[in-house]
Design a protein around this ligand. Structure first.
Ligand SMILES: NC(=O)c1ccc[n+]([C@@H]2O[C@H](COP(=O)([O-])OP(=O)(O)OC[C@H]3O[C@@H](n4cnc5c(N)ncnc54)[C@H](O)[C@@H]3O)[C@@H](O)[C@H]2O)c1
Length: 271
């Protein structure tokens, strides 16, 4: 069902790689709600992904940008406001990548240039995106900026590796930049802490199959899907959440506040 929640609103959506991506589902949902946007991804990902198909479907233009490059981001912000015909109302940062995870390095055996690269892509890029928007004064009053995160920022999940540290940094940037964006420009900044979701990035985590099934059994409402996340993000981009800012918002079917579930107890009960 569509509610026209984003009619007349303009934005940028980072991170749609394929139809499983959280950003892909969000772009479709934002389009349904009347929002217009520019799609962006790293130039290298664009060749792999099917982003053109999404652009056609949603009447959007694509502007490649490596989210670690200030030059690319400044160009993206300038072009997006030009194409869309004004300042922006929403931005989705849906970007994550750990080189240590990709190369199979354990948390206790990090290669630090891999660590630095993963941090730049997954965490510092959020600061870079916001600094670029802030300096260009590219956000409208009561605009909304959202980034995706995971609960490994608060609790340990061994196979999440250095992404846990990246997410902790990302969530801190949301609070810190949220203060300045709120004070100076009446723009809100939040992170959504999403359930495990079967996407390219998600499935890169070791043991993902068992992990997602466990989370589902631990969550009273079951895991939140990418589609559910798209719905939630639309609500945060809408005018119905104007005073929500500097928050890390758990979107996980109740997982984060559940100690144990009946299903998990039964699994360990010996008859
Ligand atoms: N899948 C999960 O289980 C899960 C759970 C919680 C949070 N998240 C977060 O959701 C976000 C989106 O991930 P997803 O699960 O949709 O996976 P995905 O693989 O579809 O998306 C990750 C995106 O990051 C992009 N990216 C990588 N390097 C980049 C760079 N240098 N510049 C610009 N873009 C770059 C990729 O091209 C890709 O589009 C990530 O922040 C991820 O950590 C995912």
């Amino acid at each position: 069902m569509a509610y026209n929640l984003l009619k007349g609103k303009r934005g940028i959506i980072f991170g749609a790689l394929d139809e499983n991506s959280i950003a892909w589902k969000t772009a479709e949902r934002v389009h349904e709600e009347g929002g217009t946007f520019v799609l962006t991804n790293a130039p290298i990902a664009m060749r792999m992904g099917q982003i053109k198909e999404l652009a056609e479907k949603t009447g959007s233009e694509i502007i490649p940008a490596d989210a670690t490059s200030e030059e690319d981001l400044n160009n993206l912000v300038a072009k997006a406001t030009e194409i869309l015909g004004g300042k922006l109302d929403f931005v989705l940062h849906s970007i994550g990548m750990s080189v240590n995870v990709r190369k199979g390095r354990a948390y206790t055996d990090e290669k630090y240039d891999f660590t630095a690269k993963g941090w730049d892509v997954s965490a510092l890029s959020f600061h870079k995106v916001m600094q670029s928007l802030y300096k260009a004064d590219a956000m409208n009053q009561w605009g909304s900026i959202v980034a995706l995160t995971y609960m490994a920022a608060q609790r340990t999940f061994p196979d999440y590796n250095d992404m846990a540290d990246n997410k902790a940094y990302l969530e801190s940037v949301a609070r810190s930049f949220g203060y300045f964006f709120g004070k100076e420009k009446q723009v809100r900044v939040n992170t959504i802490s999403q359930s495990p979701t079967p996407t390219t990035a998600g499935q890169g985590v070791k043991g993902f199959g068992g992990f997602i099934a466990y989370a589902d059994k631990m969550s009273p409402l079951g895991n939140a899907t990418a589609q559910d996340c798209a719905d939630y993000t639309v609500s945060l981009f809408s005018d119905l959440t104007k005073k929500v800012t500097m928050q890390n918002l758990f979107h996980d079917g109740g997982f984060s506040n559940t100690g144990v579930s009946q299903e998990v107890i039964e699994h360990f009960t010996e008859e």
